[in-house]
Design a protein around this ligand. Structure first.
Ligand code: ADP
Ligand code: MG
Length: 336
């Protein structure tokens, strides 16, 4: 059973005379066989946190547990983990089969068993017909899958992935996303997956841990973080287009920020929020209406078959009942 526990982890780097606090007091419990996503913008500390789990960085403070074992002093290769990165290095002169088998060869596993294990991993990733090829004869996506298969054969307790899909084109990224979810279902490892892409996080994760500036903002299922974002940051980071955030005073209370998702901001004649249409984007299945309300930019998703106003039109909005979010104007914390 490989649950992973991060207990008050901080990591500070010296940068010239300055200190960079890459990870700031993060406590996170990851259950056995979870698909946990670490999500946040570039520079928020995701990779550093993953590297702390891997043992590639020592935390400045805090403890890391894998299973029941405190692993702060355990070297990476004894942590029962495997890692896959955005930049993967395959051996160009070895076949796919030899690349996948390599970690087993290092461990001294016999030839027949190696081949069988490699084939099993290859089948999981749909590579079984390419075993004799060299990496140069594969597409980028296939090479990425070879790197994943090579990590799978190690049968790790914990599988760590750092933006492994970001080099793939959009179509392949979508396919590989689905493959990883399927892979997770079929193997017993715990997954920790780093991404800056909210769509990846929402579609793959059993839970999502949202980070900003080294701090943990919220942990929850994709639906929980979407429905009840704990901070204004989470509210705007998750969801495309992002949640509308109205400064205190624009809607009702003059002391809190009010958040309304674009799908909950409706055109209602006589509605309380007055704005002027600035841009109309026809996406086929929906229309995005961008408007200006006293200097605040709003976006509303509307049905293309309903009335669609034009640029320059004055409009009025209302929010769907029960769909308002309220945040503290300075701290950004959610107010119930
Ligand atoms: P992310 O993966 O979320 O983009 P990182 O964990 O790579 O973020 O980096 C978090 C912060 O720590 C950034 O400000 C980055 O510049 C800094 N940082 C990361 N690694 C080092 C390092 N080895 N030395 C100095 N600063 C670092
Ligand atoms: Mg990173």
């Amino acid at each position: 059973m490989a649950q992973v526990r991060l207990d008050h982890i901080s990591k500070t780097f010296a940068s010239g005379d300055d200190q960079v606090r890459a990870v700031d007091d993060v406590t996170l419990d990851i259950e056995h066989h979870e698909f946990m996503i670490l999500l946040g913008p570039s520079g928020c500390g995701k990779s550093t946190l993953l590297r702390v789990v891997a043992g590639l960085e020592d935390p400045t403070a805090g403890d890391v547990y894998i299973g029941d074992r405190r692993v702060n002093d355990v070297v990476p290769k004894e942590r029962d983990i495997a890692m896959a990165f955005q930049r993967y290095a395959l051996y160009p002169h070895k076949t796919v089969a030899a690349n996948i088998e390599f970690p087993l060869k290092v461990r001294g596993v016999g030839r027949a068993e190696r081949a069988a294990e490699a084939l099993r991993a290859a089948e999981v990733l749909g590579l079984e017909h390419h075993m004799k090829r060299k990496p140069g004869q594969l597409s980028g996506g296939q090479r990425q899958r070879v790197a994943l298969a090579r990590a799978i054969v190690r049968n790790p307790a914990v599988f760590l992935m750092d933006e492994p899909l970001s080099n793939l084109d959009a179509k392949l990224r979508g396919d590989t996303r689905a493959e990883l979810v399927d892979l997770h279902r079929r193997i017993d490892s715990t997954f920790i997956y780093v991404t800056h892409d909210p769509v990846e996080a929402m579609t793959m994760g059993s839970r999502v841990a949202v980070l900003n500036e080294g701090r943990l903002q919220q942990v929850g299922t994709p639906q929980e973080v979407y429905d009840r974002p704990a901070t204004a940051f989470v509210a705007q980071f998750i969801g495309t287009p992002p949640m509308n955030l109205l400064p205190a005073g624009l809607w009702g209370s003059d002391t809190v920020q009010v958040g309304i998702r674009p799908e909950h901001l409706r055109l209602v004649p006589g509605g309380p929020l007055h704005a002027v249409v600035r841009q109309v984007e026809h996406l086929g299945h929906e229309v995005l209406l961008f408007a200006d309300a006293n200097g605040t930019r709003l976006v509303s998703r509307i049905d293309p078959n309903s009335f669609v106003p034009e640029v320059g039109d004055p409009v009025a909005f209302d929010a769907e009942p029960g769909r308002l979010h309220r945040f503290h104007p300075e701290s950004g914390e959610r107010i119930e």
